[in-house]
Write a protein that binds this ligand. Sequence first.
Ligand code: HEC
Length: 132
Amino acid sequence: MKSLVLLLVGLVAGALLATTMIGALSARDRYPKAVMVVMQANLAALQRGLRVQDCGLPTAGRHASQLAALAMEIEPAFAALERDSSDFVRSRELFQRAVGGLLREAPTDCAALNRSVTAIAQACDACHNGFR
Ligand code: HEC
């Protein structure tokens, strides 16, 4: 009887631990993807603005600062790649510089915004070519 109770306790504890671990692992897996998905949304919003020639001037600043904040999240989100690959670090730094360019010269016209957004999209692709 006592061993049966112990067995049950063990099973319940094991199941709880497994659930917690699966949750933690999938949360860890979702974080880097989430950073990317939100960056995609901000980039797409800027590109949409350019297509309709509205150049999103009122909201361009918001998307730019959101991209800049997320660019800072790449390092913690992809810690293993950051540690193991100097190419990844270089790609991330180039991307951050492209985003910095957009932030620094607040785009006042379509051509300037177009240049910055194109540079950012190219920096996304450059990293994806090697690491996605
Ligand atoms: C320094 C490297 C790097 C840069 C810069 C980068 N990405 Fe990524 N991206 C990755 C990696 C690595 C993955 C694969 C992540 C995974 O599968 O866990 C990825 C995946 C993605 C995904 C797929 C997410 C999913 O649901 O699986 C999207 C969308 C994405 N990136 C968009 C972007 C956009 C937009 C930019 C630029 C604004 C960008 N990325 C810049 C490295 C980068």
